[in-house]
Design a protein around this ligand. Structure first.
Ligand code: NDP
Ligand code: 1BO
Length: 316
């Protein structure tokens, strides 16, 4: 398995398992199967509501000595309602308790979007706090303190634009080591990738298969599907592979981690096998030409101050 190497030498497997949209009873056997198949990187988040099920599965695999804690890379994310300095540590401890772990390999600020602590998912403009009211650097400094306390090995962000990363790089004591963002052939984000490469900030591709099961509030009419692109299907056929495997191999070959989600054993196996697929330079060039800068998760669910432009620092 290829890995991304962090500045202290820690290695994150480039192919991991996404866990969004799987409830506690569903995810528990999936984690067990995934570990048996060979997955060593799990992407979790408090807001996914399934860290208890993941924790139970992890406790089982450790007890059965299927794998050691040190052999796994486990990421989780701080939800939008816990950005205040006093709220970060309690929710991190809750995540660790649910996952039955002593530490996380990586903890990310899930979105550069803050809502009031009593709000889970915002319902009105009044539920939000702007980034001027609650600057991300305050959240970041508390994340830094959690690294110092030994609860997290690495910290990073998710859904951050170049200007928002630049602010953190300028103001933080610890540089963000990861930005987890939507990446697939329809949204390649070359400028963001070039900036992150120049700052040694690693990228993880979420929705690498197009997130077909994303909730209705993220769905827009007639949105394209990366798995259905004819170029992807043709390349798959040339390798006797599947479209999903080509999308994942493309992400890895581009130097990003990929975290496809599946709850089906045959797809867990299919997706994991993408680590061995090698695309030609010509195929990589063909896929490069598919970019439409099309965001499947465009953040329009956020309201209040969080317009598209304020969130992504780009025009729609
Ligand atoms: P993915 O792109 O991973 O797509 C998941 C969908 O693809 C599911 O419907 C799944 O169905 C299906 N699928 C899985 N494997 C295959 C296959 N081989 N062939 C065809 N279909 C397949 O979307 P996600 O949105 O889940 O993104 C991946 C992960 O990224 C998330 O689970 C989460 O961990 C993370 N994420 C993070 C975000 C953030 O804001 N930081 C935002 C979005 C995602 P089935 O399960 O039935 O197989
Ligand atoms: C709103 C949560 C998106 C998946 O990480």
């Amino acid at each position: 398995m290829k890995t991304l190497t962090f500045s202290n030498g820690d290695q994150m497997p480039m192919l991991g398992l996404g866990t969004w949209k799987s409830d506690n009873p569903t995810i528990k056997p999936v984690i067990n199967q995934a570990i048996n198949i060979g997955y060593r990187h799990l992407d979790c988040a408090a807001v996914y509501g399934n860290e208890v099920g993941i924790g139970e599965a992890l406790a089982d695999v450790f007890k059965a000595r299927q794998v050691t804690r040190e052999a796994l890379w486990i990421t989780s994310k701080l939800w939008n309602n816990a950005h205040k300095a006093d709220d970060v540590l309690p929710v991190l401890k809750k995540t660790l308790h649910s996952l039955q772990l002593d530490y996380l390999d990586l903890y990310l600020i899930h979105w550069p979007v803050a809502v009031k602590p009593e709000v889970g998912f915002p319902q009105s403009d009044d539920d939000y706090l702007s980034l001027e009211q609650l600057p991300i650097i305050e959240t970041w400094q508390t994340m830094e303190a959690c690294v110092d306390a030994g609860l997290i090995k690495h910290i990073g962000v998710s859904n951050f634009s170049i200007p928002k990363l630049k602010d953190l790089v300028a103001l933080g004591r610890i540089k963000p080591e990861m930005n987890q963002v939507e990446l697939h052939p329809l949204l390649q984000q070359d400028d963001l990738k070039n900036y992150c490469d120049s700052e040694n900030i690693k990228l993880t591709a979420y929705a690498p298969l197009g997130s077909a099961d994303r909730p209705a509030f993220f769905l827009e009419k007639n949105s394209p599907a990366p798995l259905e692109l004819s170029v992807i299907k043709q390349i798959a056929s040339a390798h006797n592979a599947t479209a999903a495997q080509v999308l994942l191999a493309w992400g890895i070959q581009r130097g990003t981690a990929v975290i496809p989600k599946s709850v089906k054993t045959h797809r867990l196996e299919e997706n994991f096998a993408a680590k061995d697929l090698c695309l030609t330079d010509q195929e990589m060039a063909e896929i490069k030409s598919l970019d439409q800068h099309y965001r499947l998760l465009n953040g329009k669910i956020w309201e209040g101050p969080y317009t598209y432009e304020y969130l992504w620092d780009e025009k729609e």
